[in-house]
Design a protein around this ligand. Sequence first.
Ligand SMILES: [Zn+2]
Length: 86
Amino acid sequence: MIFELKAEYGFASVDTEIHLWHLVREGGSVALCERTMTVDSRTRSSADLRDIFPERLCPACRQRYCELLPSMTHPAPAAPVAHSKG
Ligand SMILES: [Zn+2]
């Protein structure tokens, strides 16, 4: 599954600084947070995620992204192993 980053611009004008990046499925227009992005929003590859400040990435999108791509999340603590007695 491939994602792209789409920019949500400030409400004033497209020339203003980008407020937030959302994650959108490649070729799609609806972000993971269910916000509909405009087709002409600036788009970046999800490979650029590492270059984006966490505060600039939509928290809802990030959450969904981590759920969809477990490998992107921090290593989870090992699940407790049920020790069978006996
Ligand atoms: Zn979002």
